[in-house]
Ligand binder design. Structure first.
Ligand SMILES: N[C@@H](Cc1c[nH]cn1)C(=O)NCC(=O)O
Length: 436
């Protein structure tokens, strides 16, 4: 055999094919659907509470139990996708989402609603990782960062549909929440059918390119290999740290911070949503820049610096207008897009067969930080409150909390400079490609 070891990123597709785009669209539809199911409860809060006889506490439990199964499943999801492949995983998980939506639509009380929401979180936990696996299989690997970012952009549309448009539909078409959720269940079964008919894994493009894989090793050993991979943990830590400002300011505290700095309710809400625009743009753009430069580390360092400066400037400017804070929030959102490059880098740090599991690790650690950091932020706010149950905050109340976020960005910067090793956008383990 006259073989040459390939220097390019192996696997994936050599070009963008229509069939690949079609399969990606189905997976992106599942991700969007999952995000819709996750956030829909907030749009139907009052009627759901009435129908199921809930109070504020039990309603909150219904909202957050979704995240419990979703979060706990992140590493198992990766293992399952790596073992079963995307098709079977998507067929089963979309059916679980659809079935749980129907179950929720016919729920008669708290316990039935709780079971349905937990099942929904379980089924939904597969969407993001299967989408990234499809990006890896069906698009050229050299553009993984860009297509992964584009996929994340699609996900952000889910909560948009679940918000204003859904409320308008409820009002205009006089539909009950049960009908809306039941219809979304039927749509979910549509995704199951599409997955069954069209989704499939991709065979290598070049029949003359053979892969020398490592010998089969037991699952436990593979997972231990991942968990003992320091570089994978460093990437996951970086992603979780850099995303903290999105989870705290974008999802929870942003409006309060801006109102405390003198913006009106409306302007504070608008400036806070600019953060999500920055994030939606930051994910694909940071991925594209990194793919084109064939460098991950420098992009991660650059975006950590942007995040550090932007979050620190919130502490610096005690007052200002929409333009100032809108720009700062845009920069924070954009820099948060660095976590997308984290997904691209972590798969390059592990062997091919652990790619989904490693992305699960990255997502799982981020979800853990998403849960803990807003609570720490809130605790730091209450430290400065005279009346601990007050919801009227002034700039002074955010003194410690707004120092906490730049500190995490600084740690992310240090991790990216001192701990992460450049991959040059190529796999560092496990697969050797040879052209024959
Ligand atoms: N790109 C990730 C970002 C994230 C946020 N929290 C955990 N990961 C993403 O969009 N994941 C989808 C998800 O919610 O799991």
């Amino acid at each position: 055999m006259s073989g040459a070891v390939s220097t390019g990123a192996p696997g994936g597709s050599d070009r963008i094919r229509l069939v690949g785009v079609f399969i990606w669209t189905i997976a992106a539809g599942f991700f969007l659907y999952e995000f819709f199911l996750r956030t829909v409860l907030s749009s139907v809060e009052t009627p759901v509470m009435k129908s199921l006889g809930l109070n504020a506490e039990t309603f909150s439990i219904l909202g957050s139990c979704y995240y419990l199964t979703y979060g706990l499943m992140q590493i198992p999801v990766g293992i399952i996708v790596d073992r079963l492949g995307v098709k079977l995983t998507m067929v089963i998980s979309t059916a679980i989402c659809a079935g749980s939506a129907i179950l929720f639509a016919v729920s008669q009380g708290f316990w039935m609603g709780l079971s349905a929401r937990m099942l929904m979180g379980f089924g939904s936990s597969f969407a993001f990782i299967t989408l990234l696996v499809i990006v890896r299989e069906w698009f050229p690997r050299k553009y993984f960062g860009f297509f992964a970012g584009l996929s994340q952009f699609v996900g952000t549309l889910g909560p948009i549909f679940a918000g204003g448009p859904l409320v308008a539909l409820l009002d205009d078409a006089n539909m009950t929440w049960r009908t809306i959720i039941a219809v979304s269940g039927l749509l979910g079964f549509g995704l199951t059918l599409l997955s069954l008919l069209f989704v499939r894994g991709k065979k290598p493009d070049n029949p003359h390119e053979i892969q020398f894989l490592l010998p089969k090793t037991p699952l436990k050993e593979q997972v231990l290999t991942l968990l003992s991979n320091r570089q994978a943990w460093c990437v996951a830590l970086y992603s979780a740290l850099i995303y903290t400002s999105i989870a705290t300011l974008g999802a929870m505290w942003g409006e309060n911070v801006l109102e405390a700095k003198g913006l009106s309710d409306e302007l504070a809400g608008d400036a806070a949503s600019v953060l999500w625009i920055g994030y939606a743009i930051g994910c694909p753009v940071s991925g594209l820049i990194s793919d084109c430069l064939k460098r991950r580390k420098i992009v991660l360092i650059g975006l950590a610096i942007v995040a550090l400066l932007a979050t620190a400037s919130l502490q610096f400017f005690q007052s200002g207008g929409f333009l100032l804070f809108g720009t700062i929030f845009f920069m924070i959102g954009f820099a948060g897009g660095a976590q997308n490059v984290g997904f691209a880098m972590i798969v390059e740090k592990v062997s091919e067969r652990l790619s989904a599991t490693s992305m699960g690790l990255n997502n799982g650690l981020m979800l853990l930080f998403d849960t803990v950091n807003p609570i720490v932020f809130g605790f730091l706010v209450t430290l400065t409150l005279q009346n601990k149950s007050s919801t009227n905050f002034d700039a002074e109340n955010f003194r410690y909390a707004l120092t906490y976020i730049p500190i995490l960005c600084l740690i992310a910067l240090l991790v990216s400079i001192f701990c992460l090793k450049e991959t040059y956008c190529k796999p560092q383990h496990g697969v050797v490609m040879a052209k024959i």
